[in-house]
Design a protein around this ligand. Structure first.
Ligand code: SF4
Length: 348
């Protein structure tokens, strides 16, 4: 099991729930827009937010952001150790740095001193673009992993062990293999993600496979899904991944792919059910099946389900039919039984 590291109010590692992170894409100096985006991310369930600190103005702006943010704020810094120190003093709950590009060792020592004073952990790591040239003779996966471990050793040498590590590539297999390599060498918590995963469906597939494969083998303590565009979708995908792996509670909607036997609009009803269940944490399984031919059998494990018939649908709970309903009342009656199933869950 990994060590635990506290990022503000969130504990990472040590068997704690895998936490969900995202990153703002507003200008950090525009504190109002940044805070508005953090609010939206919070509403979507995000638990830790990262903010870029590219210059001194951003480090100054971080003060009001960390004061008002409902989430712990991670400052993302490249090259300048002074920005890391300023960010910590301005309320960052964690800093993400690459100590290898700070230049001199004393700058790492200075940063570590302030991080210790403020009890702030440091995330280090490597991605495809930051492979240490000392490892260029090794294969890409090993070079990536060893680059991250080299940064860990720099912090350890400076007497610091409040560390989180990430090893990311835009290649799914490289990300998975390099992260596995690191997990076998050290027991610091691991931040998972496939970097520069692209946008839309492809990015979702890449992140789901990469993060999912690692989480399935018990590796990973916090995740960030990378998608070009509105970061809210990163959080939604992250929770879908965790839900699919049973790492977070919540409703599971199963619906059939539809075929020539389909008697009801499965997709429309599934979307409506998803909407009805928004904000509900119950571990309830809801089945929406296009027909009774296969639907009843395939949905029999569900807590509640519906299967289409020529005249409407049958509603069933744990495989037992509780009502046959006419087409015009289908949604209303299904909602009635769904609410009932949810109440039953509360009574348990
Ligand atoms: Fe087709 Fe019925 Fe199976 Fe849905 S449940 S895919 S409608 S056979």
């Amino acid at each position: 099991m990994s060590k635990t590291v506290k990022v503000g109010t969130v504990t990472i590692g040590g068997g704690n729930p895998v936490s969900v992170q995202s990153m703002t894409n507003t200008k950090t100096v525009d504190t109002q827009s940044t805070l508005e985006q953090i609010e939206r991310l919070t509403g979507a369930g995000c638990e830790i937010v990262r903010v870029s600190v590219p210059d001194n103005e951003s480090a100054v702006a971080l003060k009001s952001i960390t004061l008002e943010s409902p989430l712990p704020v991670v400052a993302d810094i490249h090259f300048d150790y002074r920005l890391a120190i300023e960010s910590i003093r301005n309320g960052a709950a964690k800093v993400r740095i690459n100590p290898g590009n700070f230049g001199q060792e004393w700058k790492i020592v200075e940063t570590v001193k302030v991080a210790k004073e403020y009890n702030v952990p440091i995330r280090v790591g490597a991605n495809s673009g930051s492979i240490d040239q000392n490892f260029s003779h090794l294969c890409r996966v090993t070079a990536l992993a060893e680059s991250a471990l080299a940064q860990v050793r720099l912090l350890e040498k400076a007497g610091f062990e409040d560390i989180i590590i990430s090893v990311k590539a835009s290649s799914v297999s490289e990300t998975v293999e390099a992260t596995r390599y690191v997990s076998e060498k050290v027991d610091y918590p691991l931040h998972l993600g496939v970097t520069e995963a692209g946008f839309g469906l492809d990015s979702i597939v890449k992140s789901s496979i990469g993060i999912g494969a690692l989480l399935l083998s018990g590796i990973g303590d916090t995740i960030r899904v990378s998608i070009s565009g509105d970061p809210i979708q990163e959080v939604e995908v992250a929770f879908s991944i965790l839900k699919a792996l049973n790492l977070r509670p919540g409703p599971d909607i199963i619906s059939c792919p539809t075929c020539a036997r389909t008697e009801i609009n499965v997709e429309k009803l599934a979307r409506e059910v998803k909407q009805w269940l928004k904000g509900i944490d119950d571990d309830i399984t809801v089945a929406i099946m296009g027909c009774v031919v296969n639907g009843l059998g395939e949905g029999k494990e569900a807590d509640i389900g519906i299967a289409g018939t020529r005249t409407g649908g049958v509603i069933f709970m744990k495989g037992r039919i509780v009502e046959q309903t006419a087409r015009g009342e289908l949604e209303e009656r299904f909602k009635y039984w769904l609410d009932k199933a949810l109440c039953k869950g509360e009574d348990r």
